[in-house]
Design a protein around this ligand. Structure first.
Ligand code: SF4
Length: 447
């Protein structure tokens, strides 16, 4: 059943210029604040049903350790854990994985994609990585995996570790570079410096990874137009397969926000939103001139025919994603899942033989439709006929007020079977997506 969206009063989208505290990035839908402990039973019930034949499966493995906490980081990360504590964590994670692998819904399935996120997965030592991945493959072989993605902090990557990652089967190596200016890296609390980026990138290139991505952030503290342009030029000179560019936001649980609170500030000490959008737009233009293609609100890709985003695309299509580890997010049989958010209760829960799931949300067909529509708008262009065929929904009618407002504001162009975001729309897509939420989800703080 459709829920007609409310018309948008002009003032509903305030054109905020300054960067204030809060999360704007839309990673999933419905918002996390609606997920509940009371719905965890639904996951347990579903895990006892037979495995589906046609739904791809992915595995997300969360490694919550980092060398140092960045001032803009809002994840739960641990910086002082000993080798014994790290081993206790990976053992708990493997115990969690083995219990899942034995359940009817997952038994015998093989992952189409595997994702190591964090935190810093590359913080693990070579023996820790080998032990972990050997066990993962025993439980669910990777021989049908089309993508094995791995997030890495450049300063943690020795040649030996990169060789191990290649041998383990990593296909997509994502380097958290963020910027190339050492003063910016240092004042934003990053652990690595630009020299480590060059060293790690050159080693990795020499080893022939299929897909190397570098992450950049527009608007870190102390960034300037000149330094940003230098960073873009440096990134182009490296010729990575993909570059992902985020605009700096300052969520509530970051070091920057705590400092703002202590100083009584409302505005974060980072560039304002128009400046950040201008910087990303400049980067997109420069990459396009260098032969890259803009493939989403955050990515430029050197060769779009060759470089695929299996994890992202499968997830947005509604694939199953098995979440392993502390605070991991996943999605099984239409149910969103998040694990215990702190490492000690996570390990203790697993040791007691209980499920580590902390909260869940069983989506309705209508919520799955809205989810897939808004997430795919991040690609910059969607086809109404796709949603008609998959969900029986006419998006042009269903979202008429929002779409026409976006067209009037210059954020989108509408044609018979295409909704296309303009550059201006693409660069603030996360802010716009909130307008497509179901009415009862709109007022939620997006955490
Ligand atoms: S490296 Fe990433 S996860 Fe670790 S502290 Fe920095 S932003 Fe957070």
């Amino acid at each position: 059943m459709s829920t007609v969206a409310e018309p948008i009063p002009d003032a509903a989208i305030a054109k905020k210029q300054a960067t204030e505290a809060g999360n704007y990035f839309v990673a999933n839908y419905p918002p996390f604040s609606f997920w509940q402990k009371e719905q965890v039973f639904a996951v347990e019930k579903m895990l006892d049903t037979p495995a589906p034949h046609d739904l791809p499966l992915g595995v997300y493995m969360h490694i919550p350790f980092c060398r140092k906490r960045c001032h803009f980081c809002y994840f739960r990360v641990y910086t002082e854990k000993s080798a014994a504590e790290i081993r206790a964590y990976t053992h708990a994670a493997m115990e969690e994985f083995s219990r899942y692998a034995a359940r009817p819904y997952l038994h015998g399935r093989k992952p189409k994609f595997v994702y190591f996120g964090g935190g810093t997965p590359s913080y693990l030592s070579v023996p820790q990585l080998q032990e972990l991945t050997d066990r993962m493959k025993e439980l669910m072989p990777w021989d049908e995996a089309e993508e094995v993605a791995f997030e890495a902090e450049p300063g943690t990557l020795s040649e030996k570790k990169l060789e191990a990652l290649r041998q383990i089967g990593v296909t997509r190596l994502s380097l958290g570079v963020e910027h190339f200016n050492d003063h910016i890296l240092e004042t934003n609390g990053r652990a690595h410096r630009s020299g480590e980026v060059d060293r790690a990138y050159n080693f990795a290139r020499g080893l022939g990874f299929e897909h190397i991505n570098i992450d950049l952030i527009a608007g870190m503290m102390n960034d300037t137009t000149e330094l940003w342009e230098m960073a873009v030029a440096k990134a182009i000179s490296m010729q990575p397969d993909c570059v992902t560019i985020y605009q700096m936001e300052v969520p509530y649980n970051t070091g920057i926000y705590k400092q703002m609170q202590a100083e009584g500030q409302v505005t974060a000490p980072v560039a304002d939103w128009p400046t950040k959008r201008g910087w990303v737009s400049y980067a997109f233009d420069e990459f396009v001139k260098a032969g890259y293609t803009v493939t989403s609100a955050y990515t430029v890709v050197k060769n779009p025919d060759k470089i695929k985003f299996v994890y992202r695309d499968a997830l947005w299509d509604g694939a199953d994603l098995l979440p392993i580890g502390v605070a991991s997010f996943g999605h099984l049989g239409g149910i969103h899942i998040q694990n215990q958010a702190e490492i000690t209760p996570y390990i203790e829960t697993i040791e007691r033989g209980e499920s580590a799931i902390y909260r869940a949300y069983a989506t309705s067909p209508d919520e799955r439709f809205v989810r897939e529509f808004i997430l795919k708008l991040k690609l910059g262009s969607v086809k109404p006929s796709y949603y008609q065929a998959k969900f029986g929904e006419n998006v042009m009618t269903r979202f008429a007020p929002q779409l026409h407002w976006m067209q009037d504001e210059g954020f989108a162009k509408l044609s018979e079977d295409k909704i296309e975001l303009t550059r201006d729309g693409l660069l603030q897509v996360d802010r716009l997506l909130h307008e497509f939420f179901l009415p009862h989800h709109k007022s939620a703080r997006y955490t």
